[in-house]
Design a protein around this ligand. Sequence first.
Ligand code: ARG
Length: 463
Amino acid sequence: MKLWGGRFTKPTNELVDEYTSSIRFDQKLAKYDVKGSLAHVAMLKKCDIIPAEDAEQITEGLKKVLSKIEAGEAELSEADEDIHMNVERLLIEEIGPVGGKLHTGRSRNDQVALDMRLYAREAVSELIVLVKSVQQALIGQAKANIDVIMPGYTHLQRAQPVLFAHHMMAYVFMFQRDVERLEDSLKRVNKSPLGAGALAGTTFPIDRAFVAEQLDFDGICENSLDAVSDRDFVVEFLSNGSLIGTHLSRLCEELVQWSSAEFNFVELDDSYTTGSSMMPQKKNPDVAELVRGKTGRLYGNLIGMLTTLKGLPLAYNKDMQEDKEGMFDSHETLKGALQLFAGMIASMEVNKESMYKAVSNDYSNATDLADYLVNKGLTFRESHAVVGQVVLNCIQSSKYLLDLSLAEFKQYSDVVEEDIFEALKPETVVNARAAAGGTAKNSVLDQIEKAEQLLESSDVNKV
Ligand code: ARG
């Protein structure tokens, strides 16, 4: 007999049980479900809705049920549909019919909303810590390689030299926004829906604020219909996770390129790469590729959830059971990726010589020649045209700008002097970009200091 079997004259079709039950995946919520029930029963006792001795029995029973579930000793059944009804049945098996008092003043609709919020709160806090560990690894590389110069690209064409540390710090700041988004989402996640009942509230004299306090929520969801219908926090989690995935994936792509023989800018540690079953010489950046690939499922989970919610009438609809697998999957996917990334970035070797060779054998100091001419009196447009000519002729004669003699420079513009050779060196070019946010060493050191302060001051230390 099902917990809700009273008004039915026939058992459910087996396929229906199989299709509609969620216990396969929502057993992950067991600890949150029991935690919520413990707070609920404490409130029922405090408000004299059930006798104190019943509440105590239920409390003890719930703890036993959870330890049995966690030890794999409890039998979870599909016929009991979901974690909420499985826990209730196990409780009744454990302590007898008094267990039936637990569900007073509560519905599975507010219960499941509560469980998901407790799960989300923990998942968000965990991801914040993990994103930060990736930021730390990136900052570590920036500091260890503070003088390394590499080509900066636009359109994947060498554009202007930058410090490798500057490139690392770009990712640190994008991950910082991810951390801030996650932190901000906690304000909305951390509200208690319990007490909303099925949709309209409850006739029992409950104390929602007490439950919220017990569970460390910042307050309650103000409207019972909204409380049971809202899965915005799931969408936000999936959306924030998708952006983390986007950022990771861009970094993955760069690592894949940089570790190729064509670039040879970095070497990923052996422990973070894999071999080929056929080609003995291969060392593949599989982790970076797979993290890039898994961005697809992060986006898929987000679009899936948005689509599920679109057009749903208030309040709870069974469709909403679809919130779980995507949320769990995105959480696990991100957790795995971030854990690997922290170690992979920290152990990566930076090939300073290859990068320097790449900046020396290109025309990425052309803007600096143009700026030089502007400082000597040409307009930027005139100067751009002159430098275009210089570069074209250099390409035709297989030379770089620093291969030209002063006399050759003077053929293009007689304002050029001996100091041009210093002005076009990669180090000078980099350090000339000294304004805030630029790639000059001092500016990058400022960025590192700022980022370290941000990481320190973050709310995560409080969660
Ligand atoms: N397993 C359900 C879910 O995940 C729990 C809520 C069910 N509520 C209901 N009235 N059928 O959404």
